[in-house]
Design a protein around this ligand. Sequence first.
Ligand code: BGC
Length: 472
Amino acid sequence: MELLENRKRIKALSNDDKREKVVKALSQIVFDDAKILRMIQTFEEQIQLANSTDENKRSQTDLFWENTFVRGLFDGTECGTYLGMDLGGTNFRVVRVDMKDGKANTQTKYYNLEKKLLVGSSSELFDYIAVSLRSFLSEETFPYQEVPLGFTFSFPSRQISLKRSTISTWTKSIKCTDGVGLDSVSLLEEAIDRLGRDTFPVRVNVVARISDTTGTLLAGNLLDHECKIGLILGTGSNAAFVEYIRNIEKWDTCYKDNDPSDKVVINCEFGALGDNGCLDFMKTEFDRELDRHSNHPGSYTFEKHYSGHYLGELVRLALVRLAADGLVFAETPCDKLSERWALTTSHVTDIERVTDGDSPTLQAFLEEFGVSSPSEDDILLVREVCELMSTRGAYIVATAMVVLLNHIDLPEVTIAVDGSLYEHHPKYHNNMASFIAKWRPQTKTTLRLVKDGSGQGGALVAAIEAKSAKRP
Ligand code: BGC
């Protein structure tokens, strides 16, 4: 990122004194080359720790670097009917995928999760899921008596095999009273048993548990065989990628199979990177303040720097600092600005869409925040802070992509991306693309939106698994 004093809007501020003070307050946001290089190096060091055979070393990092046990991608021979189920936030979906000659026909149905289910017992939550699955199945007809199902369960988990994993913690909107330490597929199977398997119109065989990142990677790979990374850029953030087994030291101790593939999909679970302090060098006062007042202080450090749940609040905190220094909204105090979390990422997305200074969107935002007569400097600074935080966010997540691309080390790679932030923010895509082109020029990289890939991915992993089960 360029120096603040060279930026157009900063230069356009009305006087030198203000310019100097704004530069002093906001320069910490600039994600410059020194920080980028240090983050690449730090991320790599943390990967080495996460990969180590030595449990002591592994405990020094917050990267899960989970083996997904997904060993192959698509080769075009997949055929049959598969089910996917996707639980990751406030709603839940069931997906049917019919595959023929490697092409997929997908049907999806969404089910709303009532608030009380999100904070109740895990058995209540999984009972509801099982009832929804049965209702989905009763509306369909199947050519087989048994259908394989892949479960996309997007909460940090320790993966023990393709099917087995234990929940490490609930995140995002789900905070059940129990479940941590339990296996999400067992919870599902027990709920199906409680309902009675004979009440289901077809036998369901749960063959895999994956995360939304692996699901997005698989859905992307179906569309484009160069796809080797799945990235979620929504409320939370995380990625999965295709790694060479030779790069995973801990491989021998945690998994052995007869699969001839030299690759495996890794679920990075990088949202928590930095909880051990390794990213403190790039934290601004706004990151620290946000963390102190977040739901889980000290945890999920990396995603707090840029994901959808946090971007708006970071912008708000920077504007609060400018207001406290008398640099913004000095004439018309903006009370709502002091309300934590009042400024959301969708406000930032809307403001970033503004192409000229005096748009109705900007007026609507300022009115919502009680600013009736903003000065020209106020407008410049609101737009500037949104752009600075968003650009920093795009560069931070793109740095993680560069690290993964260095591991993949291929001349051409597609990154499948899903999530509201990436989909709706007008500049994340371009900022990430130009950043990656600069920092990983050896790989022609394409970023591609793969909407709802995570649910479809559940069914796709079942299709891949069915194929490998047939292998002699
Ligand atoms: C979860 C990840 C998930 C990501 C994106 C994070 O909060 O820990 O497992 O992949 O959100 O949904």
